[in-house]
Design a protein around this ligand. Structure first.
Ligand SMILES: [Zn+2]
Length: 261
């Protein structure tokens, strides 16, 4: 399951055009969850980032409503920029300019239907650069505010305190999240400490497998779904705090530029 077909009321996918007409205009944020389909070592499915985006945004949207922030959830964009993982089967990638364009066009669409703010909740690091550029274009060329949240950035200190430095791709963090939401998809017998081939300081790697033997980092055997459940709750609150702070600072339309004459 990469994109849920059991929609909730807050899902754009559950609405008719008539429902959407009011809901998009009324919502404080239109939320675009962004994931990826890419290799996640031997023990996790290629859909990990998309499953994270799907589940974490559901929790975010539900929690936001307790704070009187209304959000409408767009379908999760399952594909991302994952070219660096193409040496392993199952990875599907869009090129960065294509990906940027896709997000721009989705943002332009939702803006045309009256959305005031687009909140992109990103769950794959490779997407960050093209998402930032898409956000720039959307804000400068369309009447919409863009908020870019890289979910993991808001959880980083808690993950580091618990797991140390090396918990990222297919490691303690992502194994814990997958065990929390979709334990049936984890190949428990294939969990093993991930071996490194190299750790570059300044040099860019060409393919992720230049560095990783199995395809991940850290030690998936140290995963902890129960701990992760608490991190998800805390991180959701932190993201909502950040959004509320931003809303207080900008107010409605304060930073909208007049068109130069
Ligand atoms: Zn991932």
């Amino acid at each position: 399951m990469t994109v849920s077909l059991s929609y909730d009321d807050y899902d754009l996918g559950s609405m008719t055009w008539e429902d959407a007409e009011g809901a998009i205009e009324d919502a404080d944020f239109a939320v675009l969850p962004t994931g990826a389909i890419e290799q996640h070592s031997l023990h996790l499915p290629v859909s990990v980032d998309t499953l994270r985006a799907e589940n974490l945004t559901r929790i975010l949207v539900q929690t936001a409503s307790d704070r009187d922030l209304s959000m409408i959830r767009l379908p999760t964009l399952p594909f991302g920029y994952s070219e660096h993982h193409m040496t392993r089967a199952g990875t599907l990638t869009l090129m960065p300019d294509t990906y940027q364009k896709v997000v721009e066009e989705l943002g332009a669409s939702i803006s045309q239907h009256g959305a005031k703010r687009l909140l992109i909740v990103n769950c794959h690091g490779g997407n960050n650069a093209p998402l930032k550029l898409a956000g720039d274009r959307l804000q400068r060329e369309h009447d919409i505010e863009v908020y870019l949240v890289n979910w993991t950035s808001y959880a980083r200190d808690q993950l580091e305190t618990r797991f140390g430095e090396d918990w990222s791709h297919a490691g303690e963090h992502e194994t814990s999240v997958t065990e929390l939401f979709h334990p049936e998809l984890v190949r428990a017998e294939k969990k093993e400490k991930q071996e490194r081939k190299a750790d570059f300081n300044a040099r860019q790697y060409t393919w992720y497998t230049d560095l990783a033997v199995q395809g991940g980092r850290g030690d998936p055997n140290r995963s902890d779904a129960e701990f992760m459940e608490k991190v998800v709750a805390d991180t959701t609150d932190r993201i909502l705090d950040a959004l509320e702070e931003d809303l207080e600072q900008t107010g409605d339309g304060v930073h909208t530029l007049e068109q130069p004459s």
